[in-house]
Design a protein around this ligand. Structure first.
Ligand code: ATP
Length: 211
């Protein structure tokens, strides 16, 4: 069955690397991919832009294509966005359909700090997206957990609802929301690092500019 894959994040703001890696993951996995903005991310400082602005930026970014979708359930739920809760909810909706959690290599290295992280493997597969500057050095407890779960062919994830881990070699793009925020704060215009749809609505970026 064609998997449903989720790329969670703060998207503060969404940038072209988010879209590029989500798109490539959708091709490599042959999966439907949804971007899922977090309300209050448990592992990091609060976002600069409020939820409504981050969603408006995502909608602008995603217009005009049908491969990538948007799922705002974590914002609707409010409070801390625990991935284990989100995947439990999704699992009850999709039955046996394979679920895939997409995470950048930087986020994946921190997985043991996530709420009930070992339960995630019972709910979804995990696909780790390569990211420049973040090599495959996992902490011991994470390496032990994923060892028996690792597969090399992404299409194998179609065969089971959850439990496998695969590395996806996506095009290395050294772009981060931190970099975009730094540029905007400095009065620069990161025009070509942002999805084209956002160029039509520059006011959505006002929160990031120095006031
Ligand atoms: P920040 O700089 O604010 O930490 P970010 O650019 O990492 O933001 P997030 O919204 O935190 O963006 O990322 C959402 C997900 O996308 C995470 O799993 C992250 O690892 C992944 N991701 C973001 N940028 C890239 C990139 N350039 N290459 C691969 N994965 C990425």
């Amino acid at each position: 069955m064609r998997p449903l894959a989720i790329l969670g994040g703060t998207f503060d703001p969404v940038h072209i690397a988010h879209l590029a890696v989500a798109w490539e993951a959708s091709e490599l996995l042959d999966a439907e991919v949804r971007l899922m903005p977090a309300a209050v991310p448990p592992h990091r400082p609060p976002p600069i832009a409020d939820a409504a602005t981050r969603v408006a930026l995502l909608r602008a970014a995603l217009q005009g294509q049908d491969r990538l979708g948007l799922d705002t359930r974590e914002l609707a739920r409010g409070g801390a966005s625990y991935t284990v809760d989100t995947l439990t909810e999704l699992r009850s909706e999709v039955g046996d359909r394979p679920l895939v959690l997409l995470v950048g290599a930087d986020a994946f290295a921190g997985l043991p700090a996530w709420h009930r992280w070992q339960a995630l493997f019972g709910l979804a597969h995990i696909a780790v997206l390569t990211r420049p500057g973040h090599g495959g050095e996992w902490p011991g407890e994470l390496a032990r957990e994923i060892g028996p779960r690792l597969v090399s062919d992404p299409r194998r994830l179609h065969a089971a609802p959850a439990g496998m881990v695969v590395a996806l070699e996506v095009t290395p793009l050294e772009i981060s929301a931190t970099r975009i925020r730094d540029l905007l704060r400095a009065g620069r215009d990161p025009r070509w690092l942002l999805p084209p749809g956002i160029l039509d609505a520059p006011a959505l970026l006002d929160d990031y500019r120095e006031r």
